[in-house]
Design a binder for this molecule. Structure first.
Ligand code: ATP
Length: 343
């Protein structure tokens, strides 16, 4: 058993910087929890408080049900793997206690400077594994690696989590790492937790505009539009085109008619209509062929939007193109509070 619980945890650094505000996080036994958010959002501070490397200003931290606020790091039974590996430079891989599990046996006599980034990261992982800690903590462990190695190590850490059946807390600014590795994601911004949930739960039901925009690449399209009623239908104008809300959306957004709201459409839900006809009329501005798909940037005169299109479609810059939003996937946000409007 290894659970971690933060209750109303806050951190104010000397000098008055509030890095974390009222964090409530429950990490269940054997769960892989990813703390994600932009630079400065407080994720590293949160992890360091769990490790005992930073004092906790407010609230309580429990490991396995025991209050550990005042327990020193070495007595918390945790292992931390950092971005910068933290290997002992004078020791060989063997002395650094790497494990066979990581396929680095042929490197056992080497010193850290004779290892590649990925190999060093494996040794650092190995050193954490042999301690058999209750909880593994990772602070951006892959950010120094090149893109290909990052993808490989990402899969290796996920496999390791499955094999070790260990509780893990992982910090990253990379939403792809969060989406692909986590059982549960904690999205942070400016020291405040925005939302906690499974990757697909957050992707499909973001609590606010920040979470909606942070998860997913390319990001969700956000259109500011005034809602109006016409012949019993609720419509958001977009350039010379109209977005007609579904009946249940129109009912849920009734009190917003006459006001501006934010309409959120993911690029994969903004569907190219080869036949033209009814839909959002645009001009093609930028075409990014990625092989498996094309990212096409289009202008509606009012907004620039991105769509993910099949690689078989041949666009030219300046082309006219019609798109249809998948209305049952479209999200709505309050313009001022930026909170999602359930619809
Ligand atoms: P990054 O991805 O850039 O590491 P982060 O989300 O991990 O960002 P933190 O490192 O936790 O963010 O920092 C949160 C806030 O606390 C930032 O505003 C940062 O400047 C501040 N901060 C961090 N460490 C200290 C410190 N030792 N003293 C004062 N302020 C600090």
């Amino acid at each position: 058993m290894a659970t971690v619980e933060l209750r109303n945890v806050g951190k104010v650094y000397e000098g008055g910087v509030r890095a974390v505000d009222n964090a409530n996080i429950t990490v269940n036994d054997r769960e892989f929890v990813v703390l994600v958010g932009p630079s400065g959002c407080g994720k590293t501070t949160t992890l360091r408080m769990v490790a005992g490397l930073e004092d906790i200003t407010e609230g309580e931290l429990y490991i396995d049900g025991n209050l550990v606020n005042d327990i020193p790091p070495k007595d918390r039974d945790i292992a931390m793997v950092f971005q910068n590996y933290a290997l002992y430079p004078h020791m060989t891989v063997y002395d650094n206690k790497a494990a066979q599990i990581l396929e680095i046996e042929e490197l056992l006599d080497r010193k850290p400077k004779a290892l590649s980034g990925g190999q060093r990261q494996r040794v650092a992982l190995g050193r954490a594994i042999v301690r058999k800690p209750k909880v593994f903590l990772f602070d951006e462990p892959l950010s120094n690696l090149d893109a290909k190695l990052r993808v490989q190590m990402r899969a290796e850490i996920s496999a390791l989590h499955t094999r070790l059946q260990a509780t893990m807390i992982y910090v990253t600014h990379d939403q792809v790492e969060a989406m692909t590795m986590a059982d549960k994601i904690v999205v942070m911004k400016s020291g405040i937790i925005q939302q906690i949930g499974s990757p697909l739960d957050l992707y499909n039901n973001p609590a606010n505009r920040f979470v909606a925009g942070f998860l997913g690449s390319p990001s969700m399209n956000f259109l500011t539009a005034k809602l109006r009623e016409e012949a019993g239908k609720v419509i958001a104008d977009e350039g010379d085109s109209q977005i007609e809300l579904l009946p249940q959306q129109a009912a849920a957004l009734k009190s917003y008619v006459g006001r501006e709201i934010v309409v959120g459409i993911r690029p994969e839900d903004f569907i190219y209509n080869e036949k033209g006809g009814k839909g959002i009329r645009t001009h093609v501005e930028i075409i990014e062929p990625l092989g498996a798909e094309i990212h096409v940037y289009v202008s509606t005169k009012k907004h620039q939007m991105i769509s993910r299109v099949a690689p078989t479609v041949h666009f030219k810059v300046g082309d006219e193109a019609v798109f249809n939003p998948m209305m049952d996937r479209v999200k709505f946000f309050d313009l001022e509070t930026e909170q999602a409007i359930p619809a």
